[in-house]
Design a binder for this molecule. Structure first.
Ligand code: NDP
Length: 296
């Protein structure tokens, strides 16, 4: 194996340190303590873990955390009125409604109800449009984490070929926008892309955000490419014991690492960056709402 491992835990820890320093400065200079409200509807076990981690890390960074747990039977009207209250609450700088929502609740309508200035998940159409237009915006956390990892591995991306596999509004499309803004030449591939392997072999930067375990094989990788694996897939792991499972990415790690120059592991790559970027977005939102400038 030749590739360097891109350590998302380490980069995320450094980012959390930066966030904590910005929070402390904001409090000292302006008397502002940023607040993040996280809304969890229902009992999805994975969502409960994510929300608990977000709340803990928010407090560790010196910010206020407001948790709102609603039953799965909550009506859309009930959820929308909570969002309206959080929009109006000056102690709340960021609002995150944990997805997926239980069936019967329309995530698009709920996201559109969030004040774009507090939309720290970056999913409101206003923020998606601002990202597209190159105007400062709240950017979705996982794509922002990918950009930071790629910059940490490569520095300047000008002129590099990037291929992003997956075109979701949550990951693939914003990653493509961010890399375009960083002057890479970006191809956005998806399930209808012809000869995906040869498209991927063009990539100096390959981002896999598909949700299919190990589908990006070693022969998809250009020699020396930087590979970012966003996928989180739980697969059976009989080698660990009966009924056991493990997490794998969308990239066949060992095969890809033989050709790539740097690669993110799963777990421990993109995953840890997501919450760190959420914290960073919350500080950005707190500053912009008060007319304070945020460095790009
Ligand atoms: P979606 O299911 O919304 O999108 C998947 C994308 O992959 C689609 O654009 C789809 O194409 C494309 N795709 C599916 N099959 C193929 C194929 N055979 N060849 C090429 N493209 C294909 O997933 P998300 O974007 O939400 O998530 C992607 C992965 O990232 C998942 O594993 C998810 O768990 C993980 N994830 C990780 C996060 C983290 O913090 N690390 C956060 C968010 C997601 P089409 O549009 O044509 O259907």
């Amino acid at each position: 194996m030749s590739a360097r491992v891109i350590d998302g835990k380490r980069v995320a820890e450094a980012l959390r340190g930066e966030v904590a320093a910005r929070v402390a400065a904001l409090e000292t200079r302006h008397g502002v303590k940023p607040g993040l409200a996280v809304v969890l509807v229902g009992e999805d076990p994975a969502s409960k873990v994510y929300v608990a981690n977000k709340a803990r890390q928010t407090v560790e960074a010196g910010m206020r955390s407001f948790e709102h747990k609603l039953p799965a039977t909550t009506s859309e009207g009930g959820l929308l009125s909570l969002v309206a209250r959080l929009n109006a609450d000056d102690a709340v700088d960021g609002i995150l409604v944990q997805l997926p929502l239980p069936s019967g609740l329309d995530a698009t309508r709920v996201i559109e109800a969030i004040d774009p200035a507090k939309d720290v998940d970056g999913l409101h159409p206003m923020n998606a449009g601002r990202l597209m237009a190159g105007i400062p915006a709240l950017v979705p956390c996982t794509p922002l984490g990918c950009q930071k990892l790629i910059r940490s591995a490569l520095g300047d991306l000008t002129g590099l070929e990037a291929v992003v596999v997956g075109r979701s509004i949550l990951v693939g499309k914003p990653v493509a926008q961010l890399l375009t803004a960083d002057n890479a030449t970006v191809t956005l591939a998806h399930s209808r892309t012809r000869d995906l392997a040869s498209v991927c072999r063009r990539a100096d930067i390959l981002v896999a955000a598909v949700g299919k375990p190990l589908m990006i094989r070693g022969d998809f990788i250009k020699k020396g490419a930087v590979v970012i694996d966003v996928g989180i897939n739980r697969v059976p792991a009989p080698e660990l014991g009966e009924g056991r499972t493990r997490l794998v990415g969308d990239v066949a790690y060992e095969e890809a690492a033989a050709t790539a120059s740097a690669i993110t592991p799963v777990p421990g790559g993109v995953g840890p960056m997501t919450i760190a970027c959420l914290l960073s977005n919350t500080v950005d939102a707190a500053m912009r709402r008060r007319g304070l400038s945020v460095k790009a």
